[in-house]
Structures are given as C-alpha cells and as structure tokens.
Write a protein that binds this ligand. Structure first.
Ligand code: ZN
Ligand code: FE
Length: 254
C-alpha cells in the first residue's frame, strides 16, 4: 500500500508526498515551494527520491531546483514543457511508465489548462495525481488549450476506474461546490457532498482525495453530457463539449 502525506503550500496549493513502503522511495507531486515540502518530509522521516511534475506553472515548479540540490531527487516532467521547467532529468509523454520505487504509474496527456499538462495514474495503487486539470467538483482554467481539448482530457480521466483516489493541485472545492449547485441543482449526490464540504472547510479540513466515481456523479464539468446541466447553461440538446465550454465560461465569470 502506498503511503501519502497531504499538506498545504501557500494558501491553496496542495503538497502531496507519495511513499513506496517496499523500497522507501518518496515522490513529491509538483514542487511549488521547497520549504513546506522539506518540512513535510522531515515530519514524516522520509527522504525525497523523485519529483513528478504535472505542468510548468510557477506554483508547481518553483521549488524544484532547491529540492533537487538538497536531496538529489530525479525530476520527471512533461516533454511538451521542455524549456519551461528547470532541472528535469526525464521528459515523459502519454503512456510512458514512471516508477516511484516499486509503484508504477502511466502518464496521461491532459492538455487544456496548459498545452503540456500531464497526469500520473498508478493503476495498481489506484491513485491519480492530476495537477490543475481535474479538481474536486471543478476543473482548471483554460490558459493554453481549447474547451474541446480540455473536455477530451477530462473525459480520459473520467474513464479511469471509479475507485481511483484523486489528488488535485488546489483546495478549490468549496467554491467549486457552490458553483456546481447553480448548474446541477437537482442532483441529490451533489447537494449532500456540498454540505459535507461546507462542514469540512468550516473545520479547517481538506476535501481531498476525491474519487473518479464521486467526480462522475457530482462534478458539473464531467456531467456536461447530462440533460439537466445542458439545460442549465441554456444549451439543451447540445454536444457535451459545447456544454462544457459554456460551463467553463460561466465559471470564469465567477
Ligand atoms: Zn496551473
Ligand atoms: Fe496551480
């Protein structure tokens, strides 16, 4: 069983450490800032061996060089971000295998938030690290991709097994839940989850990991195929990618 440590970096970036108990290998998923990641490693008594990068944004890469020089960790990053991410040892693309000790992941290309964005799926451990592509009840903004690209990326993630545990890049769940309720008001599973998220955040607790199954049921961006969601954005009968685009536009407006 893989071991995980979850913590905050800054106000809303998630730090995630993944350890393989068999070999003692430890990966950080992204490295937005070195100090809080080093502190989490110290608290756990773990030594960093790998840095798995999802995309080039500063809040995911600014700590790479300091962590690499301190621990000598191997840095893996999306090949499409060559030149935009520092100190990379291995550039990877769709379907490449990445190992953290004995834990094996497959790279999934998820363009949309950025053109080079990737996710790391560990099928045996049933874990997904998806950066700023899929959030709990939300998805990343489209900085470098079209709605159609993002819809295709999200559809790939939604097709993973329902019991896959999902770790995303930000604690945006509460605002995502409130947005979701406006466009999927008749979804009882969403209503229950939104209430639970209100309670968790009031107690200062994290809202992840989520699961692929739960996201399929409650994430409006994955429910662009739903007739009610299509009607709520004023596009009854429209193609899912168009419903998705309208939802993302609405979210951008706040
Ligand atoms: Zn980002
Ligand atoms: Fe981010």
């Amino acid at each position: 069983m893989a071991e995980i440590r979850l913590f905050l970096i800054g106000s809303d970036n998630f730090g995630v450490l993944l350890r393989d108990p068999e070999t003692g290998a430890v990966a950080t998923i992204d490295a937005g800032e070195a100090a809080p990641i080093a502190a989490a490693l110290d608290a756990a008594g773990w030594t960093l061996t790998d840095i798995l990068v999802t995309h080039h944004h500063g809040d995911h890469v600014a700590g790479i060089e300091a962590l690499k020089s301190r621990y000598g960790a191997t840095v893996t990053a999306p090949a499409a971000d060559r030149g935009r991410i520092p100190a990379v040892d291995r550039w990877v693309e769709e379907d490449d295998e990445v190992r953290v000790g004995a834990l094996a992941a497959r790279v999934i290309a998820t363009p949309g938030h950025t053109s080079g964005h990737i996710a790391y799926h560990f099928p045996d451990a049933k874990l997904l690290f998806c950066g700023d592509t899929l959030f709990a009840m939300g998805c990343g903004r489209l900085f470098e991709g079209s709605p159609a690209e993002m819809w295709a990326s999200l559809s790939k993630l939604a097709a993973l097994p329902a019991d896959t545990q999902v770790y995303c890049g930000h604690e945006y769940t509460l605002s995502n839940a409130r947005f979701a309720l406006r466009y999927d008001a008749d979804n009882p599973k969403l209503a229950a989850r939104a209430a639970e998220v209100e309670r968790l955040r009031a107690d200062g607790r994290f809202t992840i990991p989520t699961t692929i199954g739960l996201e399929r049921e409650t994430n409006p961006f994955l429910r662009a195929t739903d007739a009610g969601v299509a009607a709520a954005v004023g596009l009854p009968g429209a193609a899912a990618a168009d419903v998705f685009a309208a939802l993302r536009e609405a979210k951008n407006r706040g």
